[in-house]
Design a protein around this ligand. Structure first.
Ligand SMILES: [Fe+2]
Ligand SMILES: [Fe+2]
Length: 428
């Protein structure tokens, strides 16, 4: 794929089609956290063929077993519309993963480092962290109007993103058990963390008398296929960006408690340490695969993934300024802070990153936001679909050219992997 095509493709952030729609086999959904029943458990529920994420209305946990409230019918119909920017589910080439983590084939695997990481994950620092209290429901009841709506959406999207990590890590833990039990166990323990996070967010939805049907989600969502190399780039970035998002919100609300409208944010400090550890694990994984870090192609892909992750977040958040303003943040300032910090962290491992601190970068992001707003307006207009599509063409072209120009900005050479050091071991 040429870079122009890649950038244009990314503009649409569309699933790489190979496995789209396929559901990973034998995915176990049953998750029970014995130490913390309050963080919830997942179970399968009946499916339907609707192409939306199904939301179920639940009666409030405290409201007893009476008939569901009248609005529940309406609530049960509520769904998140699948758009190009909704959090995705990933699948990968598990056979290639097995080869990559076979210690007999790959001599770069530093098993001592992975053993140490495994001990860290086994310590389970957050075993007793995710315990709810009565403040949640009270805070949710106080929230009314547009803020309530946007809060629900925040919980849904976060829950979906966390659950996506759970599914991928769980499957990797299962598939790598034979070839590399240490790496496999780390993946399983990371899926434990993500299950906890998703469960905690889903419990949050129950404060709003809703619940994401995660069993349905597993079956109905499209899975984006990424080759292992791209899974590493994408998940590393999403863990690190997740860390910076959570810690930034946490610190902001600690300094400005008047915006603390829902207690979930108080949990972000320890929570984000989980994400940080997950990111560090991917960093160790990439170091064990130097062929993914040390050539010109790796540099191009590293920049591509940075761009894709940063732009997606910026466009998403700029559509939801009410949420960030609701907790006292300036959306664009918050996002730029998160992007800059994530980029600095990422520069420690990726061979090249974008020059996000160059003012041109933000200027281009802001132009993309404007174009994206026009695209949304076209989608919401009364025009027939042919007219809509015709109107979209110049806008998509403009977005693609902005993306390409951003991609082609002079990058920052980075990373700590010494090419020469690894070269003799590359042949296997
Ligand atoms: Fe998480
Ligand atoms: Fe994570």
């Amino acid at each position: 794929m040429t870079m122009a095509a890649a950038a244009a493709d990314m503009a649409l952030v569309k699933p790489i089609s190979k496995f789209a729609g396929a559901t990973p086999r034998r995915m176990s959904l049953i998750y029970n956290d014995n130490n913390n029943n309050k963080s919830g458990s997942f179970s399968r529920r009946s499916s339907s063929s609707r192409s939306m994420i199904r939301m179920m209305s639940t009666s409030a946990p405290t409201s007893g077993s009476g008939a569901p409230p009248r609005q529940s019918k309406k609530a049960s119909k509520q769904g998140i519309k699948e758009t190009l920017l909704t959090p995705r589910f990933y699948t990968t080439d598990f056979d290639e993963m097995e080869t990559l983590f076979n210690t007999e084939i790959n001599k770069n695997l530093n098993q001592a480092e992975f053993e140490a990481l495994l001990q860290e994950f086994k310590t389970d620092y957050n075993q007793t962290h995710f315990v709810r209290n009565k403040d949640f429901k009270e805070a949710a009841d106080k929230m009314q109007g547009p803020l309530r709506q946007i809060f629900v959406e925040f919980l849904e999207r976060s829950c979906t993103a966390e659950f996506s990590g759970f599914l991928l890590y769980k499957e990797l833990g299962r598939r790598l058990k034979k070839t590399n039990p240490v790496v496999a166990e780390i993946f399983s323990l990371m899926s434990r963390d993500e299950a906890r996070h998703a469960g905690f967010l889903n419990k949050g939805l129950s404060d709003f008398n809703l619940a994401l049907d995660l069993g349905f989600l597993t079956k109905a969502r499209k899975y984006t296929f990424f080759k292992p190399k791209f899974i590493f780039y994408a998940t590393y970035l999403s863990e690190k960006i997740g860390y910076w998002r959570y810690i930034t919100i946490y610190r902001h609300l600690k300094a400005n408690p008047e915006y603390q409208c829902y207690p979930i944010f108080k949990y972000f400090e320890n929570w984000c340490q989980d994400e940080n550890r997950h990111g560090d694990f991917f960093s160790a994984l990439m170091k064990a695969q130097p062929q993914f870090l040390n050539d010109w192609k790796a540099k191009l892909w590293a920049r591509f993934f940075c761009l894709s992750v940063y732009v997606t977040m910026y466009l998403n958040d700029c559509q939801r300024t009410a949420f960030y303003e609701g907790i006292g943040l300036n959306t664009k300032e918050f996002d730029m802070h998160v992007i800059i910090e994530t980029n600095r962290t990422t520069a420690r491992i990726f061979p090249a990153v974008l020059d996000v601190e160059n003012p041109e970068f933000k200027m281009r992001l802001d132009r993309m936001v404007e174009i994206n707003q026009k695209l949304i307006a076209v989608g919401e207009s009364e025009d027939i679909s042919l007219v809509k599509n015709l109107k979209r063409i110049p806008l998509i072209a403009a977005l693609a050219s902005e993306l390409l120009a951003t991609y082609l900005m002079k990058p920052i050479e980075s990373g700590s992997v010494d090419i020469a050091e690894f070269e003799p071991q590359l042949v296997y």
